[in-house]
Design a binder for this molecule. Structure first.
Ligand code: ATP
Ligand code: MG
Ligand code: FE
Length: 334
């Protein structure tokens, strides 16, 4: 089985060729970060236009690098949602055109299922399993009873982790996207300011990061008002410590309560060094295997979409050529 996968849900134009859902033959990612950085965040209209400009080139590059030809493909997979509608649409139209021209099946895929299945490209998932999804738009604990089944047992009630990282970074005048910059500052900092942790109700697996974000913003405002110098590193470290403690504690509790053997970390914030280190310690303590994708497969890419599409290919769950972009596509009904 050779799948050509396309991902355009946000600001990466990505195309990959995957064999049997496991082997990456090519994985090309064209990031628009430079373009959006000057606006401090993703501008949807610009994202769509950039996808249109690069789509064909990236498809050609991914096919050429795979060592195969378009006529060798078994199916075309594409991110159907969630994401920016205009951005998703570009990938979907390209995918439909290819499926139609090559007379092969089209497989509409869920972006977050992709982030989770990125782990399948480097490890083997053992079910039942638990995923901690931490990305720019999502923060979720997902229980997976068996392959292809997703039950969200907890999610953020306000900001996603990546979003909180980016907003705090912006307030600290760090470049976009801010996650990696805060991570680096936090690792180097010798001091940390004390910030709140949002545990919510006893036993809840939900998350909340807007209170923490507000606490950071007010610490910055107070320092500015008093004309005190800002200890950016201490703020970054305090923020990161709060985020990591909450994520790690809730994930460890979920893993134990659901009796799973693995914890899968996924999404763009899975690239966070502090989070990877702390989860490794916690998982070792409770005797659970931690799966973490390599950095290149944490942030948006199409290889993960090919990995997630493999299951639908085996089950012949093909999509019609009429599918539309689903900005709010549900993971549980993907
Ligand atoms: P979603 O997957 O929810 O639709 P998205 O695709 O925009 O959102 P991803 O590409 O998965 O998000 O992740 C991007 C996010 O990851 C950004 O918010 C970025 O700041 C964050 N991020 C990347 N590297 C790190 C890091 N080292 N530490 C913290 N955050 C990071
Ligand atoms: Mg991105
Ligand atoms: Fe993503």
């Amino acid at each position: 089985h050779i799948i050509l996968a396309i991902e355009t849900s946000c600001d990466e134009t990505a195309v990959a060729v995957i064999a049997d859902g496991k082997h990456i033959l090519s994985n090309v990612v064209s990031s628009q970060i430079d373009v959006h950085a000057q606006y401090g965040g993703v501008v949807p209209e610009i994202a769509s236009r950039k996808h249109v400009e690069t789509m064909t080139i990236i498809i050609e590059e991914a096919v050429a690098k795979s060592g195969y030809q378009l006529s060798d493909m078994t199916a075309i997979a594409v991110t159907q949602g969630p994401g920016l509608v205009g951005a998703l649409l570009v990938g979907i139209i390209a995918a439909k055109s290819l499926a139609l021209a090559l007379q092969i099946p089209l497989i509409g895929t869920h972006h977050i299922a992709g982030h989770i299945y990125a782990n399948e490209l480097v490890s083997t998932i053992v079910y039942p399993s638990m995923a901690l999804v931490v990305s720019g738009g999502h923060t979720e604990l997902v229980y997976m009873r068996e392959r292809g089944s997703f039950e969200i047992i907890g999610k953020t009630r306000d900001d996603a982790v990546g979003e909180a990282y980016d907003k705090v970074a912006r307030a600290l005048k760090l470049p976009y996207p801010g996650g990696p910059h805060i991570d680096k500052l936090a690792q180097e900092a010798s001091l940390a300011i004390t910030l709140p942790r949002a545990w919510l109700e006893e036993g809840s697996y939900d998350f909340s990061f807007s209170g923490l974000k507000s606490a950071v913003l007010s610490a910055i405002n107070i320092a500015n008002m008093k004309q005190q110098p800002l200890d950016t590193s201490a703020i970054a470290r305090g923020f990161q410590e709060s985020v990591i403690e909450v994520l790690t504690t809730k994930a460890a509790r979920a893993v134990q309560q659901y009796g799973v053997k693995q914890l899968l970390l996924s999404g763009g914030v899975a690239a966070n060094q502090g989070l990877r280190q702390q989860l490794a310690i916690s998982c070792a303590q409770i005797g659970v295997e931690l799966l973490v994708p390599p950095l290149s497969l944490c942030t948006d890419n199409a290889a993960m979409i090919g990995a997630a599409a493999q299951l639908k290919l085996e089950r012949k769950q093909f999509s019609s050529l009429e599918i539309q972009a689903e900005a709010g596509f549900s993971l549980e009904e993907w």
